[in-house]
Design a protein around this ligand. Structure first.
Ligand SMILES: Cc1ncc(COP(=O)(O)O)c(C=O)c1O
Length: 439
């Protein structure tokens, strides 16, 4: 047990050098990504469908993603937000429909539903920090059309249970795997359980080209619809020419095509994904195991340890006051990243991931002057409550939990320091409790 004076009380901090920033894919970037980008630039063919010397990087990326996820169809797109909108369009989401979304996700999830003219319905989470299947069931009404399960903070949600509910109730299941790329449950990759899955390749994600995303599905019709929507609304032939006479694919395009440079970078990153995950997973579980001995710590429930990508560690305490105290003490011990990074924070500071922090959702705002989609006649009477208090388990978990990003480049010394800082702070707290109890 470490009994030295806490840095917050004037003692020497465990470390003074900031921890590395999160950005998993970035830490593994090297000359290979540079060469890939330069190869495309030299070809002067930056568009997926034609060019002076087209490299077909996007097409190759899609084939490689399909092999990696073991899924029939993939569509590379320009962002995870775009991927969500493409998937919901392919699934036929529109006014008069309720779509179940988790209390803990990201603003893009609710945004995608609202942009389709449908109404997001919040379902509470459990100690997996993902959808609680029992809460999903409670949210189902005759207007419910589908469920978006978001595999949050690096680890999979309870996808098998949620899938059972979706199948029983004839609802679609869309898996948002933006934060869990490469994660799996029982050896099957997340994103491939439901009707469709989406991924993000934005800079904070497990692999990246700065921006990017993809949509995956095993359903041929959903694939064709999504492919048309991500582009101009129509199918294309082998040579990239538009096919305008297919009545099933005369849709409205959203313009989320991916470009050749980012596809080339992502092809290199995809090859590195298993080793990126291996590094984060090893660091996370070394720290997690060390924390297990502390009775005041409650660790996030993990559905499948093997399938956890390891990018985040979530620790919950008995009450909000204890969480705050420990968080501040750990930060004083030097368990922080440089100012750009968001690590070792209380979850209440986790911005647009918490439903009640999304002002456009809470206030039901609209981009038009007439209140679309909230005021549409089709949406009258649909369930909606987005203020804090709507999801009590999430509210309590957010207040009592701390989130630590696990970069893919943590050294053994960094891990030692994190463990030593926890040991120091938690031991002091335990000691203080024991002395109060003994007094
Ligand atoms: C859960 C989740 N879904 C969707 C997205 C959107 O991805 P992008 O930033 O690529 O648009 C994000 C991005 O942070 C996310 O965390």
């Amino acid at each position: 047990m470490n009994r030295s004076r806490l840095a917050i009380a004037g003692g020497k901090p465990v470390r003074t050098k900031p921890l590395p920033l999160e950005f998993p894919g970035i830490h593994h970037m090297d000359q290979r990504e540079v060469d890939a980008a330069v190869r495309v630039l030299r070809s002067r063919s930056l568009f997926r469908y034609y060019g002076i010397a087209l490299q077909k990087e996007v097409e190759k990326l899609e084939a490689e993603l399909a092999r990696f996820f073991r899924v029939k169809y993939t569509i590379a797109v320009s962002s995870g937000t775009g991927a969500l909108q493409v998937a919901l369009s392919a699934l036929g989401v529109g006014p008069g429909q309720e779509i179940i979304v988790p209390a803990y996700s990201w603003v893009s999830v609710a945004a995608a539903v609202v942009n389709q003219g449908a109404i997001p319905v919040l379902a509470d989470i459990d100690d997996t920090f993902c959808l609680n299947p029992a809460e999903v069931e409670k949210c189902i009404t005759p207007k419910t059309r589908g469920i978006i399960l978001v595999h949050m903070s690096g680890a999979p949600g309870n996808v098998k249970e949620v899938l059972k509910i979706a199948r029983k109730q004839r609802l679609f299941l869309l898996e948002d795997c933006a934060q869990c790329n490469g994660g799996s449950v029982g050896g099957q990759k997340v994103g491939t359980f439901g009707d469709m899955g989406i991924f993000s390749f934005q800079m904070n994600k497990n692999i990246t080209a700065g921006e990017g995303g993809c949509v995956v599905t095993n359903d041929a019709r959903l694939y064709r619809r999504a492919f048309a929507v991500h582009d101009l609304g129509f199918a294309r032939d082998q040579n990239g020419r538009l096919i305008m006479n297919d009545p099933d694919l005369c849709l409205w395009g959203k313009g989320y095509r991916l470009d050749e440079v980012r596809a080339a970078i992502l092809r290199v990153q995809l090859k590195k994904l298993p080793s990126i995950i291996e590094r984060m997973h090893a660091s996370k579980y070394r720290i997690r195991t060390a924390l297990e001995k502390f009775p005041q710590v409650q660790l996030r429930k993990i559905i499948d340890k093997k399938g956890d990508t390891g990018s985040f560690l979530i620790i919950t305490y008995h009450d909000a006051e204890t969480a705050k105290k420990i968080n501040l003490a750990l930060r004083a011990e030097g368990i922080v990243t440089s100012s750009q990074g968001i690590s070792n924070i209380l979850m209440t500071d986790w911005g647009l991931h918490l439903y009640y922090n999304i002002p456009s959702l809470v206030n039901q705002t609209s981009v038009d002057g007439r209140g679309f989609p909230w005021t549409l006649a089709e949406n009258a009477g649909l369930a909606r409550d987005y203020h804090k208090g709507a999801c009590l388990v999430a509210d309590s978990l957010f207040e009592r939990s701390m989130l630590i990003a696990v970069p893919s480049c943590l050294s053994e010394k960094d891990e030692d320091d994190i463990i030593r800082a926890f040991d120091k702070v938690l031991s002091a707290l335990l000691l203080a409790r024991t002395s109060i109890a003994a007094a």
